[in-house]
Design a binder for this molecule. Structure first.
Ligand SMILES: [Zn+2]
Length: 412
């Protein structure tokens, strides 16, 4: 019986980096020859295991180890990267899944079916649609919104994915893969500074943030900067200035985050009071009720400020998504697996979205584990994690898989 071998995972991550990276970083952009090469390399590893391998209608690659029960545990990640990406983002999840699969397969037929999925195009780096394959799986993908997307070379998305065996109009047929799925686990690098700043190797993820993203336009009146007394001004930028400070306070009050990332003014000249000022607002929270409260408070505040400044205000929705809280039992197992491996654990939300959010959307119990990112940086060739932490991450995922398999059996 072969035991779990975390060093093998580290070696394979380096092998993949050598095969599909260059001096600028990882180059496994989905639906490119380098991505296909990465998948062929991964398929060759799977061929040594007693698993069925197939690509679903959305381009996701599944490896299935049949168990005594059809009830299935799914472990996932994504082998695609952004251009000039890091060596761990995404593929750590896939290759850890592979190692856990090896350990389970070596012990004979498992109690439940165990599947490892490599999601297609998590990053959306080429066409701008992230969570591509996993949204085909969840059914949230709308083909008509993607039909006319083109890459920098002018190649249309439907043509690019067709070359890899995907029919855009049939992608949501991948929902068939949800059958018998009882739990989903994903290991990912944190891509932020929280674990690093607390000097912790790993954390269990509570869920992915919901997002309220809006453009807010204040309308005042252009007037000469010399001849218009302060008391006579309708200064649109006054609205933006006050609201920016207000939304930061609202975020702090709710223990969340809010960002004003862009401000534009018209006429935008040094000698005129601002007639029109537009700001973008991005608010995020793990709790839907709290997120709704943050949004409502910002709106109310914007109207109060507009009255105070004698200007108008209008809101336009850019994009919203609900929070996806992970499963409480699986969060407990993840926490325990990390404590058993690292001695100490931490619970944290995920700012970035992950394929796990799309799986969670379908109602399949889901949880993620994060491992510390050095520099707190990702989507960059300097992305890195200590090898001892990578080894712990493989061990913790393996423990979490065992706990989850027992849980699926108990619930059957
Ligand atoms: Zn990723």
């Amino acid at each position: 019986m072969s035991a779990l071998n975390p060093q093998r995972t580290i070696n394979e991550l380096k092998e993949l980096r050598a095969l599909t990276g260059d001096a600028d970083g990882a180059q496994r952009v989905a639906f490119t020859p380098t991505w296909a090469k990465a998948r062929a390399w991964y398929r060759a590893k799977l061929a040594e295991l007693p698993v069925d391998v197939h690509q679903d209608a959305a381009g996701n690659l599944w490896a299935t180890l049949k168990g005594k029960s059809e009830s299935a545990l799914i472990i996932g990640g994504h082998i695609d990267s952004v251009p000039n990406g890091g060596w761990l983002d995404g593929c750590l999840g896939v290759l850890t899944g592979l190692e856990v699969l090896r350990r389970i397969a070596a012990a004979g037929t498992p109690a439940v079916t165990v599947r490892v999925v490599d999601w297609a195009d998590e990053e959306g780096a080429r066409f701008g649609r992230s969570l591509f394959g996993s949204s085909g799986f969840s059914g949230s993908l709308v083909a008509d919104e993607l039909r006319n997307l083109v890459d920098k070379q002018g190649i249309k998305l439907p043509d690019a994915v067709k070359a890899h065996g995907i029919d855009l109009d049939r992608m949501t047929d991948a929902a068939v893969e949800q059958k018998n799925a009882k739990a989903y686990l994903e290991l990912h690098i944190e891509q932020g500074p929280v674990l690093l700043s607390k000097d912790l190797p790993m954390g269990v993820v509570l869920g992915t943030f919901g997002v309220e993203r809006h453009a807010i336009t204040f309308t005042g009146q252009a007037a000469h900067s010399g001849s218009t007394p302060m008391s006579h001004r309708k200064d649109a930028l006054g609205g933006v200035s006050k609201l920016h400070l207000a939304v930061r306070e609202i975020a702090v009050k709710h223990g969340a985050v809010a960002t004003v990332g862009s401000v534009t003014t018209k006429p935008g000249i040094v000698t005129s009071v601002v007639a029109e000022a537009e700001m973008t607002l991005d608010q995020r929270h793990l709790d839907a009720t709290a997120l709704a409260a943050m949004y409502n408070e910002a709106r109310t505040e914007s109207e109060r400020i507009a009255k105070e400044e004698n200007i108008g205000v209008a809101w336009r929705k850019i994009w919203t998504i609900q929070p996806f809280p992970f499963h409480p039992d699986l969060i407990e197992f993840g926490d325990a697996a990390i404590k058993e491996t690292c001695g100490v654990s931490h619970r944290l939300p995920s700012g970035p979205l992950h394929d796990a959010a799309e799986v969670c959307r379908t109602g399949i119990p889901t949880v993620m584990l994060f491992v510390q990112s050095l520099h707190g940086i990702s989507h960059n060739k300097i992305e890195d994690t200590k090898e001892e932490h990578l080894a712990m991450a493989v061990q913790a995922m393996d423990k979490l898989a065992s706990k989850t398999i027992n849980w699926i059996e108990r619930n059957a």
